[in-house]
Design a protein around this ligand. Structure first.
Ligand code: CP3
Length: 353
């Protein structure tokens, strides 16, 4: 038995009965909140927030003070792992993430090592423990990591990219080298997520933001294969509770059956997939998380309520749905619209359980 006061997220991820559909949002703590911008201003920059457990805790709690969310998510970033590998992460204003030492040649790849979560990534584990304590068993805490392939995309390009041409070039010319990076990343992600679980994370989510850029066979070989490897080496039970896992591949709607077969507990859907059809395909095996188009939150309260209703209707009655957006909250989202969405999910889902 969980001593959590609100365990609807954990129950829904395990496809157990809940009184209503739980809801949280990807990037629920971020730049659409004025209080986030204020804290970031005080800290200087984004990584200073991640590296300071007091500030990471403060920011994790910000959206929970405003909205009736059913989960907290660790405030951090997926790129902490390559940073701990020595690639030198930094964020240039409005240009997204960059690395001072991206993987440029075979030698760089040979030298890549799995970082010890207890030393180089200690600040993340400290944030997890501190957030867990601050939550005081009110809500579950979600930990996360990037997928080995998504991390490799940034490590090889050295920055965000529109087409990931260097990664794809390596994939076709030197698949052995890409596999070497991915195998190291998979071991790093496994150790990192297991350390988050040891520190108190009650759910873990793998963000495969770029798996969807690959052709189907390459997706299975270079992305999903390594996700499966991680899942089979994760601690699945801690302190007497099952630790549910969520896999989110943006653009992965075609692969639901093979994602379900990895042994994850839930699949995160982006906004393109029809959740009702997804449920018919894999709902007997896994829970589903999603999948309101984040742009809906830029519209108006009445439209938001209607779009929430459409997704609840499409999923249908019964268990195994965690409401979320199909990708992160957009920066220009009015916070009041998030409140409308969260309340609509709770109100409109009660008679479906
Ligand atoms: O969901 C949450 O609230 C938890 C925090 C979280 C962040 N990043 C905070 C963040 C999570 C889960 C992530 C994951 C992440 N980071 C992903 C996977 C999910 C996705 O969005 O597809 C990726 C690809 C990254 C890499 C990354 N970090 C990018 C591309 C950027 C720039 C984004 C932008 O819009 O400029 C970041 C920075 C980042 N990570 C911010 C936040 C709140 C914005 C930093 C700032 O300027 O304050």
């Amino acid at each position: 038995m969980s001593k959590l006061k609100n365990d609807t997220l954990l129950r829904a991820l395990l496809r157990q009965p809940t009184p209503y559909t739980p809801v949280w949002l990807m990037r629920q703590a971020g730049r659409y909140l004025p209080e986030y911008k204020e804290t970031r201003e005080r800290a200087g920059d984004f990584m200073a927030l991640c590296r300071n457990p007091d500030l990471a805790t403060e920011i994790t709690l910000q959206p929970l003070a405003r909205f009736k969310l059913d989960a907290a998510i660790l405030f951090s970033d997926i790129l902490t792992i390559p940073d701990a590998m020595g690639l030198g992460l930094y964020f240039a204003e409005n240009q997204g993430p960059k690395f001072t030492k991206p993987l440029r040649d075979e030698r760089d790849i040979e030298q890549l090592r799995v970082p010890d979560p207890g030393s180089h990534l200690r600040y993340v584990m400290d944030a997890v423990s501190q957030i867990k304590k601050a939550l005081d068993n009110e809500l579950p805490l979600i930990g996360f990591s990037g997928s080995p392939f998504t991390l490799a995309c940034y490590m090889i390009e050295g920055a965000a990219s529109a087409d990931f041409i260097q990664v794809k070039t390596m994939l076709y010319r030197r698949p052995d080298l890409l596999h070497q990076v991915l195998a190291t990343n998979a071991r790093a992600v496994t150790a990192y997520l297991n350390a988050q679980i040891e520190s108190g994370a009650q759910v873990v989510m793998i963000f495969d933001t770029w798996g969807g850029i690959l052709p189907s066979a390459a997706y299975h070989e270079f992305s999903l294969h390594y996700i499966e490897q991680i899942l089979s080496n994760l601690v699945r039970e801690h302190a007497g509770s099952r630790i549910p896992t969520i896999v989110f591949t943006k653009g992965g709607g075609e692969y639901l059956e093979s994602i379900a077969a990895t042994g994850c507990d839930a699949i995160g859907l982006d906004w393109r997939t029809d959740i009702g059809l997804a449920r018919k395909r894999v709902g007997h095996q896994v829970a589903l998380q999603g999948n309101l188009d984040p742009a809906v939150l830029l519209s108006s309260p009445d439209i938001i309520v209607k779009e929430v209703e459409k997704i609840l209707q499409s999923f249908g009655s019964g268990n195994g749905h965690v409401f979320n957006l199909g990708h992160g909250v957009m920066q220009t989202t009015p916070p009041e619209h998030v409140a409308v969405m969260v309340d609509a999910v709770h109100d409109l889902s009660r008679n479906r359980h």
